[in-house]
Design a protein around this ligand. Structure first.
Ligand code: HEC
Ligand code: HEC
Length: 341
């Protein structure tokens, strides 16, 4: 069990301050003592970087973006008159249920496809929006030129400007641009992009051809899509579970242990951290795969969300299927990813 000794759970912010009247600054300088600077980070900044930057990352090259940069999202959600409360509630509403009708960025929906739904605790989105509203969001180097070309002059935005904010760590754009993504960030990116790829294809199939046809699609395509994302990322990427539909996706002993761990965390609500295990030159990354209402069409309770016709097709394709009876926000399985450091 040597690897267990080297297992670390990176923990960040298990203790979110939930008092909404608390104000955070990205960097707060202690003016009483000019020698020491107390740096207090707004919890929304990390939450945004961990949850949203997998797709909305300002460091991604323009042609490699899979979603608009966060600064563009902020622009479309604020105008001169927008209050902080309005901004926060619009973000919360969006995250709860992204839909074409609600979109303020139809161009982005057309270009990237609709943002895939993912469960986030409401407090997470509130913190992220609170941070976004009050602070300048890092923008990609290509953004200014892109914006002028697409929309003309830039509107004024709320939020402090980066200049004159002191010499705090991590604020300088160049300093940040040179930072290597952490192992955790790399793992998250792989998990999220693979999930987005699978999710996009799955949703498209259900919308176009119905649940039964989508089943055939999953049956034939789920593993190849996962493998092709693994090739893109130069990594091993698996989705494994304690209750497999496809026996090839059965979790091993170590994975079962992580899965149990995640089940407890998800049931308790709140943020879940990935598990990172360093093994010499390689890193193992584990992160839960959590259900939403759409999943229940094929993984829900037979006779309820899971229709009889769908069930019989599932049993035909997977005679040993165990992957039914799930509710929303339950751990369906985990990402098990291995990559070179
Ligand atoms: C898996 C990729 C992915 C992740 C993760 C993600 N987004 Fe998005 N998001 C997108 C895409 C793609 C779009 C553009 C299409 C659209 O607007 O639906 C988008 C658009 C948006 C929009 C604009 C919606 C509109 O059209 O009016 C908001 C607001 C937003 N994201 C917020 C967030 C927040 C907050 C997070 C983190 C908690 C987040 N997103 C995480 C992919 C993602
Ligand atoms: C249209 C039906 C359908 C829907 C909807 C669906 N799945 Fe599945 N799911 C399948 C099939 C079929 C497999 C087996 C794929 C294979 O053969 O590799 C599967 C496999 C999986 C696996 C791999 C482990 C296993 O049991 O083989 C996970 C994890 C999973 N699904 C999670 C989800 C989640 C989370 C959602 C919702 C976001 C979802 N699924 C929605 C049909 C579906």
């Amino acid at each position: 069990m040597k690897f267990l000794a080297t297992l670390f759970l990176i923990s960040f912010f298990t203790a979110c301050n939930t008092n909404p009247s608390d104000k955070y600054l990205a960097i707060a300088e202690n003016t009483e003592n000019t020698d020491t600077k107390i740096i207090q980070e707004h919890p929304g900044k990390k939450l945004m970087e961990n949850n949203c930057y997998v797709c909305h990352n300002p460091k991604t090259a323009e042609d490699a973006m899979i979603a608009p940069p966060m600064v563009a999202v902020k622009m479309h959600y604020t105008s001169e008159g927008t209050s902080k409360e309005e901004f926060i509630s619009a973000m919360v509403e969006w995250a709860k249920n992204p839909s074409e009708e609600k979109s303020k960025m139809p161009g982005a929906v057309k270009k990237f496809g609709l943002m895939p739904y993912q469960f986030y605790p409401e407090e997470t989105i509130v913190q992220i929006a609170d941070y976004m509203f009050d602070n300048e969001i890092e923008e990609p180097e290509w953004f200014d030129a892109h914006y002028k070309q697409m929309h003309g002059d830039r509107p004024r935005m709320k939020g402090k400007m980066g200049r004159g904010m002191g010499s705090g760590k991590g604020m300088g754009k160049n300093q940040e641009a040179n930072a290597q993504p952490t192992l955790k960030e790399r793992g998250m990116q792989m998990a999220q992009t693979t999930k987005a790829e699978l999710g996009k294809n799955l949703m498209g199939q259900i919308q176009k051809n119905g649940v039964i046809a989508a089943l055939d699609f999953c049956n034939v395509q789920a593993l190849p899509i996962t493998d092709s994302m693994a090739t893109v990322h130069k990594a091993y990427i698996k989705r494994v579970t304690d209750k497999p539909r496809n026996p090839k996706n059965k979790a091993n002993t170590a994975e079962l242990q992580y899965l149990d761990n995640f089940k407890k965390q998800v049931a308790a609500g709140g943020e879940v951290d990935p598990i990172i295990v360093k093994m010499g030159v390689e890193t193992e990354f584990y992160y839960p795969i959590v259900t939403n209402s759409m999943c229940l069409k094929c993984h829900g309770t037979p006779g309820k969300e899971l229709e009889t016709l769908t069930l019989s097709k599932i049993q035909e394709l997977y005679p040993t299927d165990k992957a039914t009876g799930y509710g929303e926000n339950e751990v369906r399985g985990i990402w098990s990813i291995r990559f070179e450091n």
